[in-house]
Design a protein around this ligand. Structure first.
Ligand SMILES: CC(C)(COP(=O)(O)OP(=O)(O)OC[C@H]1O[C@@H](n2cnc3c(N)ncnc32)[C@H](O)[C@@H]1OP(=O)(O)O)[C@@H](O)C(=O)NCCC(=O)NCCS
Length: 196
């Protein structure tokens, strides 16, 4: 993609006119993605001790994804993670979607196709983040519900979705999706969400 093909900047942080929806990670969202990652970094993501997926990605790709080539590498890596034949040893396949309105990246959500011991205990099948400037507008609630058919199509039913016991917002998001609390383990609440 040449510079002239890049999307024009969106006025304001959120284009309220455009409906939000799930898309596969795409190079067309490069600019907005970088802005969102700046917001996540400002809230401390990517620092040592941040074991979130975004933290890991900022540490791994943050120095290269501002260039198109580096961003393309990152997108290829996401595609590889989704492919059961290419997934790295010790990992389960994981499919990432982005939550997007028009040309604006609002958040991410990933479906782990299977549960290993750690995911069953702590991580769950589905993880998500909404960029700081787009929070408290119902995006996570809508995004989790929107991804359930894709989880179902990947054979995930029910989906295990977990959150920190202190994460009031995420707990509400999971409960809005019909999550049924099983228990608390290692500081995480573990909910089962039907996907069909
Ligand atoms: C948790 C997170 C995904 C919520 O995203 P969001 O788009 O703001 O969520 P929603 O707008 O759908 O809000 C869901 C509910 O939580 C409430 N809520 C949102 N942020 C909140 C906060 N900081 N404190 C208290 N309640 C909050 C909303 O008011 C809403 O309540 P309601 O359904 O009673 O109206 C977002 O804050 C985030 O990305 N946090 C960091 C990463 C994270 O915690 N991911 C989840 C891991 S399990």
């Amino acid at each position: 993609m040449s510079g002239s093909e890049r999307p024009e900047p969106v006025a304001g942080l959120v284009n309220r006119a455009a409906p939000a929806g799930l898309v596969s990670p795409s190079i067309r969202l490069h600019r907005s993605f970088l802005e969102a990652m700046e917001e996540f970094a400002t809230e401390g993501r990517g620092c040592a001790g941040d074991d979130s997926m975004i933290g890991y990605e900022i540490r791994s790709y943050g120095s290269s994804w501002s260039k198109l080539e580096g961003f393309s590498d990152y997108l290829r890596r996401l595609a590889t993670e989704s492919d059961t034949r290419q997934v790295r040893p010790g990992r389960v396949p994981s499919t990432t979607f982005w939550w997007v309105a028009g040309e604006e990246y609002l958040g991410r959500i990933a479906i782990r196709h299977r549960l290993n011991d750690w995911l069953l205990e702590v991580g769950g099948n589905i993880g998500y983040d909404v960029r700081p400037s787009a929070r408290r507008r119902g995006h996570a609630t809508a995004m989790l519900q929107a991804v359930l058919p894709a989880a179902r199509a990947l054979g995930v039913d029910p989906a295990l979705v977990t959150c920190d016991v202190t994460n009031v917002a995420s707990r509400k998001v999971i409960e809005h999706a019909g999550g049924v609390l099983e228990d608390e383990r290692r500081g995480k609440l573990r909910f089962w969400v039907a996907t069909s």
